[in-house]
Design a protein around this ligand. Structure first.
Ligand code: PLP
Length: 399
């Protein structure tokens, strides 16, 4: 029985320095967390604005649970559709300036569903090589031909589009790349979409609630009209502090998804209590929360602190990739930071390419300036001890 071999496979992972394990937090997802009784400053979370445990979000969640209960009880198309889902979808469509919106139970399910619904044997999906794993799995599920283009390279993408004879062409990209923090060249991708009659799908998971000026996402950041991107996917689980996901698109597209998207149809509706919490989060963002300004101050202060130490980190988002290279170095530095009271997650293959291990340090609005300064000082010291340099990678510049 092959399960008896799992020990051997786990031993191999341990030997390679790729063994993964769970660490239980006994506190909320805050700037300071407790793991195994130990207090640590948290630089590993996607709770960018601190909304996951914000009193107003918790109150909205409780109020919605009191009124609608916790679970949706059924698929939205059976009897799990509640008016609170519709309100959340209206709020998200307003935030994004699109005609319509449809929520999903998670970003992973949304990406699987988008690609499986739009793809098919007559389609080719053109996918950035550093796209999130949920997009990679969506490509697989779509039964389409898949062309991987070099990271953020519109010229390479165009070369592939030019030679493609597929009647349906789908370009799919993260806007902010989850492990690199850089931003896709969206204006170029929009131009290619128009030139080659493609459909453009953008995953805004790490852009909404993060990118300036108002945190509405990558279209706003690049000053693109909402219709420039055919499907704007986003998650509620990062800066919006809750759970679930959505697509913002035209009415026609949303209607088509309601009728054909299997990860929407065959899945229980988003828990209404979460919908209530997410509505409050969207309201706070739409009203221009000060938390976005705090996040950007912390981001700028980390970049300045690192530059002052001769280790420039260029990232236009709240994700700072500090490249360590090998698996051993990644885990040594991450463990040493942990010993100093800082939780910065080490990322190894297969989450990133071989030899591109890194610390993925994320900033939050709830960090104090002192926490940010201490993080930069410790990273600098430990990179120095390991003889490492934080590699600044080539990034797309907003023109
Ligand atoms: N897309 C990106 C870019 C992500 O980073 C994530 C992270 O989890 C997802 C999709 C999946 O979202 P979810 O956690 O809601 O399933």
């Amino acid at each position: 029985m092959f399960l008896s071999d799992l020990d051997k496979e786990i031993a191999v992972l341990k030997k390679m320095g790729r063994y993964r394990f769970l660490r239980p937090l006994s506190t909320a997802q805050d700037a300071v967390i407790t793991i195994n009784g130990r207090q640590l400053v948290n630089f590993a979370s996607n709770n960018y604005l601190g909304l996951a445990n914000h009193p107003e979000i918790v109150a909205a969640f409780t109020a919605a649970a009191a009124r609608y209960g916790v679970g949706a009880g059924a698929s939205r198309l059976i009897c799990g559709h509640m008016d609170i889902h519709a309100q959340l979808e209206e709020a998200l469509a307003r935030l994004k300036g699109t005609e319509a919106c449809l929520t999903f139970s998670s970003g992973y399910l949304a990406n699987l569903g988008i690609l499986a619904t739009l793809g098919g044997p007559r389609a080719t999906v053109f996918s950035d090589e550093l796209n999130h794993s949920s997009i990679i799995d969506g490509c697989r599920l779509s039964r389409s031909r898949v062309e991987i283009y070099r990271h953020a390279d519109a010229d390479r993408l165009e070369a592939l589009l030019k030679t493609s004879k597929a009647p349906r062409k789908i370009i799919v990209t993260d806007s902010v790349f989850s492990m690199d923090g850089d931003i896709a060249p969206l204006p170029d991708l929009v131009a290619l979409r128009d030139r080659y009659g493609a459909v453009l799908v953008v995953d805004d998971a790490h852009a909404v609630g993060v990118l300036p000026p108002r945190g509405c996402g990558s279209a706003e950041y690049f000053n693109l009209p909402p219709e420039a991107i055919d499907v704007q996917m986003g998650t509620l689980s990062k800066a919006l502090g809750t759970y679930g996901a959505y697509i913002c698109a035209s009415k026609k597209t949303v209607d088509y998804f309601i009728n054909t998207c299997r990860t929407f149809i065959y899945n229980t509706g988003l828990p209404p209590a979460l919908a209530g919490a997410a509505i409050k989060a969207v309201e706070m963002l739409s009203a221009g929360t000060d938390l976005l300004r705090r996040l950007w101050e912390n981001r700028e202060s980390f970049i300045a602190e690192m530059a002052a130490r001769g280790r420039p980190v260029e990232s236009p988002s709240a994700i700072m990739p500090l490249i360590t290279g090998g698996d051993r170095e990644t885990m040594v530095v991450s463990a040493a930071l942990y010993e100093r009271g800082l939780f910065v997650h080490g990322i190894r293959p297969p989450s990133v390419p071989q030899g591109m291990g890194r610390l993925r340090l994320t900033l939050m609005a709830t960090h104090t300036t002192e926490m940010v300064r201490t993080a930069a000082a410790c990273v600098d010291e430990l990179f120095g001890e390991e003889g490492l340099k934080a590699i600044g990678k080539k990034r797309y510049k907003k023109s």
